[in-house]
Design a protein around this ligand. Structure first.
Ligand code: ZN
Length: 105
């Protein structure tokens, strides 16, 4: 799997290039900065994680829906829940979900 880095973080790691030419350090930093800036970039957003939290009807105790733990939106999927929340796009792998009494499957 490819790993992405943030362009500004990479440039920050290189550090400030001195405004004056002091020899090999100036040349090395200038080349590193230029090479990083020429790398291909993609627009990326952080991956949200969540899980489906099952809810039960207060009157009869029967299942009555699923709630996304990332955005709080409710859905009535039955047992075939999607792997991603249709509202917020969270990946439903439970990585950022809360442990405890949530039913996930
Ligand atoms: Zn959601």
């Amino acid at each position: 799997m490819k790993k992405l880095i943030e362009l500004d973080a990479a440039l920050s790691a290189i550090g400030e290039v001195p405004t004056y030419n002091d020899g090999m350090v100036f040349e090395a930093l200038s080349h590193a900065q230029r090479d990083v800036e020429l790398l291909p970039t993609v627009d990326a957003a952080p991956v949200r994680h969540g899980q489906w939290k099952r809810h039960y009807c207060e009157d009869d105790g029967l299942p009555d829906g699923w709630q996304c733990t990332a955005c709080g939106e409710w859905y009535y999927f039955g047992e075939n829940k999607p792997n991603y929340c249709p509202n917020c796009g969270a990946r439903m792998d439970g990585k950022d979900g809360k442990d405890g009494d949530n039913e996930t499957d």
